[in-house]
Design a protein around this ligand. Structure first.
Ligand code: MIG
Length: 798
């Protein structure tokens, strides 16, 4: 195995002199003397694809990562040359390609600054034993450069000085620095001189990234097979880099709104009476909850798509009863199919030849929960279609609403390496290959097949899938959790950075096992973790049964009350979170923003890990230590309101923020309008009769959006949604809120409750459109008033 990039290794081969140049619309081909070809595609003014062949021929151009909806097209493309180089110019970038060795240099077209430059550039080493090449790329990295992204790495947000690999790996009780873990997302963003660019190395073989670890001023990435095939994405805003990458690899559909509620999980709740006891307790204690999970013990001998007759004799009735009480049932489905000739799924898979085989023909046999299993080859379309049909019973008949795909790295218990051996064969959608190439996409294709099944049988409602393993682009089909973490304070920190990192890797629908999977948290740690978790797009408590209970009421009255308070806050914020999700799917804006994503101009943000934005306007920072009465945190530049006290704070500095156990640091950006719903015990429990708008004053202008629709179904894709676009303009003695509405969905409520926060003047008049509201109606102390009809404009005059 290649552990080092081994620049000096004499086996490295390099491109030679360019002898031929061809252009085909947006794609350029530079052919070298020694058979190396560089194919450069201009996808957008700010996005190039570089692809290198070594034997005068490219492989079939196929990728699981790239979305068919990716935007393509540029405003300008000029190609010139001089003695040394070709010069490719778009409206955003200038790229030099050296005629002697194909090395590239990329400049910002606007101010001519150098953004990125090859060091040795593309080179390779032939791999006689395995076939193909180890393909490598090295780039110069100036001192001030820093690096972000790369999926689920449990490390400091800034990856500089470190080396990583991508090889999806089941990592029970992983720790800080464990690498690799569950996901393989070979995309990073670099920032230097406050300008950001991204690199997406679309190669599913085991890949490696070195961020100035081996050599101080060199960054490299390489893979143990396949092609050097990477996308260069320019910002200069980091948020634009992430949004472009997200557009390239795709965004999901909207989830059903209940999926943004609170979920309760455990390995395992069984039998039925235990499940009912848990769900009943949520309702009795009035702790909102939308989903209850069944882990592997619901099945008959761990056979997927079966139910234990002993524990769940009448699943359809149970699922219906849970549903009547507002609980959506989510069940686990693993890839291993038990070798059992009495078992239909196995028999059918065998008859139709859907299971993965070893190189010389035998099936890939491995031990997982059911015992010896075979594994479907999810990289084959026909197999995915078959897999999708298997969900008819669970979804259409029994009424299960979500499916949780585990062990799909794939994880195998009895095989060295804890996964398939390298020689296992895969279809790779018509590009037959070994497991070396298919390993990192196996989980993704399983999740896709599962998604197809849910989509088919849950229609006209939306599917909900969760996966543990993922490759770039997996976000199109599913949400994800961060695997088997532990109930420690360090893991609370890890969950926070991992979720932020996933969001800046294009995958926003993410959450950790709240409280920790292995071990048991104490009440304080659990409460602090819930506080973090309510700001994660996916919000679920999960734990392993052998370490004791982990429900909101496990840790005594005080903790129960804190947990309820924060879950209630999440339910109030549902329209805000839903709007944030909508912006993510429409514009690729990450739902969670590390401070550097929020304000890269401020170098203070470049090394921050704990503080993050959820959506456009809320800044949160978890308490990460026991016995805390608060913490110091960095408040980014601008003015912020303390969510609890409404105190106005000027950012750009580190500040102490009070936060006893029943609180946590939350700030709202001035000028924001935060939409709130009343607390419900589950989504749809009550008709929303009024929309509350918390209006945070700003001397200046700020915009806010509120997206709503039927909370499920596909009507929103036909324009049946309601998008309220608010523009707030504040002056010394006047506040104006203008509303512009789009979409054809009529929200069920007709009135608004407006809370004015931080108003610097006394109110003389309030006008809604042209009508004045009588001041007696105002509870002036609270600065709260009702608006009894939908409006275009509200003016508050001092
Ligand atoms: O080998 O299904 O990460 O969430 O509860 C352990 C049992 C298998 C690992 C998952 C975890 C799940 C557990 N699974």
């Amino acid at each position: 195995m290649i552990l080092n990039e081994q620049i000096e290794y004499k086996g490295n081969a390099f491109p030679a002199k360019i002898i031929d140049f061809k252009k085909d619309v947006d794609t350029l081909y530079f052919s070298c003397e020694n058979g190396v070809i560089l194919q450069m595609t201009i996808l957008r003014d700010s996005m190039f694809r570089f692809r290198y062949a070594t034997g005068a021929k490219f492989e079939n151009d196929f990728s699981y990562a790239i979305s068919k909806d990716a935007v393509r097209g540029y405003n300008k493309l000029e190609i010139t040359e001089d003695l040394e180089k070709y010069i490719i110019t778009t409206s955003k970038l200038i790229c030099y390609i050296a005629k002697t060795d194909l090395k590239t240099r990329i400049y910002d077209a606007v101010d001519q600054t150098l953004i990125s430059e090859d060091e040795l550039g593309f080179h390779w080493e032939e791999s006689y034993e395995l076939g193909g090449n180890i393909v490598k790329m090295t780039k110069n990295s100036p001192n001030g450069e820093s690096f972000y992204g790369l999926g689920d790495k449990p490390e400091h947000t800034n990856l500089k000085g470190r080396r990583f690999q991508n090889w999806a790996t089941d990592s029970y009780a992983f720790g800080r620095y464990t690498d690799p873990i569950y996901k393989a997302i070979p995309f990073y963003t670099a920032i230097q001189n406050k300008k950001a660019y991204g690199v997406f190395f679309d190669n599913s073989f085991r890949s490696h990234f070195d961020f100035c670890s081996e050599r101080r001023n060199v960054t490299s990435f390489w893979a143990e097979g396949g092609e050097m095939n990477y996308y260069f994405i320019y910002g200069p805003k980091m948020q634009d880099v992430v949004a472009s990458y997200t557009n390239l690899t795709g965004t999901p559909e909207l989830p059903p709104l209940w999926a943004l509620g609170y979920h309760q999980c455990k390995w395992s709740y069984y039998p039925e009476s235990n499940v009912k006891e848990i769900t009943q307790k949520f309702r009795d204690l009035k702790i909102p909850c939308d989903a209850i999970y069944l882990d592997i013990d619901y099945m008959e001998g761990f056979r997927c798509f079966t139910w234990s007759k002993e524990y769940f004799p009448e699943p359809k009735r149970m699922v219906k009863e849970l549903s009547d009480d507002g609980f959506k049932t989510v069940v686990i489905i693993d890839p291993g199919i038990k070798i059992d000739l009495e078992y239909d799924v196995f028999k059918e898979g065998l008859e139709k030849d859907y299971f993965c085989r070893r190189a010389d023909g035998p099936y890939m046999k491995g031990k997982v929960w059911p015992g010896e299993c075979y594994f479907p080859d999810f990289t084959k379309e026909e197999v995915r279609e078959w897999w999708a049909t298997l969900f008819q019973g669970l979804i259409e008949d029994i009424g299960v609403k979500g499916v949780w795909n585990d062990m799909n790295e794939p994880a195998v218990m009895d095989v060295p390496g804890k996964s398939f051996p390298n020689d296992v064969r895969h279809d790779y959608d018509g590009n037959p290959c070994s497991h070396r190439k298919a390993h990192n996409v196996y989980g993704m294709q399983m999740a896709k097949a599962t998604y197809m099944g849910l989509k088919k049988y849950n229609y006209p409602l939306r599917p909900f899938v969760i996966t543990r393993s993922a490759y770039s682009g997996t976000q199109r089909y599913t949400s994800t959790w961060l695997g088997d973490n532990m109930a420690t304070w360090e893991h609370l920190w890890i969950a926070n950075v991992q979720a932020q990192r996933m969001a800046m890797s294009g995958f926003s629908f993410v959450g950790s096992d709240i409280g920790g999977f292995a071990q048991q948290p104490n009440g304080e740690l659990y409460a602090r973790w819930i506080q973090l978790g309510i700001f994660h797009p996916f919000c679920r408590t999960h734990s392993s049964g052998d370490h004791g209970d982990q429900e909101p009421w496990t840790f005594g009255q005080e903790v129960t009350d804190v947990v309820r308070k924060f879950i209630e806050l999440r339910y109030q914020l549902l329209p805000y979170l839903y709007t944030t999700f909508y912006k993510y799917i429409e514009e690729g804006i990450p739902m969670l923003k590390s401070l550097i994503l929020y304000d890269q101009e401020d170098t203070q943000t470049h090394h921050r890990t704990d503080e993050f934005l959820c959506g456009e306007h809320i800044l949160a920072c978890p308490i990460g230590e026991p016995n805390s009465k608060g913490r110091r945190m960095y408040i980014p530049r601008g003015n912020w309101f303390n969510y609890w006290t409404h105190e106005l704070i000027e950012g750009g500095d580190e500040k102490w923020v009070d936060a006893n156990l029943d609180s946590m640091p939350i700030f709202v950006k001035e000028g924001a309008i935060i939409p709130l719903w009343p607390v419900q015990q589950y989504v749809g429990e009550i008709e929303i009769e009024q929309l509350t708008l918390d209006v945070y004053f700003k001397n200046g202008k700020e915009v806010s959006d509120v997206f709503e629709d039927a909370n499920d179904g596909y009507d929103y894709t036909k324009g049946r949604y309601s998008l309220r676009h608010f523009t707030l303009t504040g002056k010394e003695d006047k506040l104006t809120i203008k509303q512009h509405k789009s979409g054809t969905f009529i929200t069920g409520y007709e009135t608004f409750k407006i809370n004015l926060i931080g108003l610097p003047f006394n109110i003389k008049t309030i006008k809604v459109d042209s009508e004045e509201i009588s001041l007696e109606e105002l509870k002036l102390n609270h600065r709260t008033f009702e608006v009894t009809k939908d409006f275009n404009q509200i003016q508050v005059i001092g």
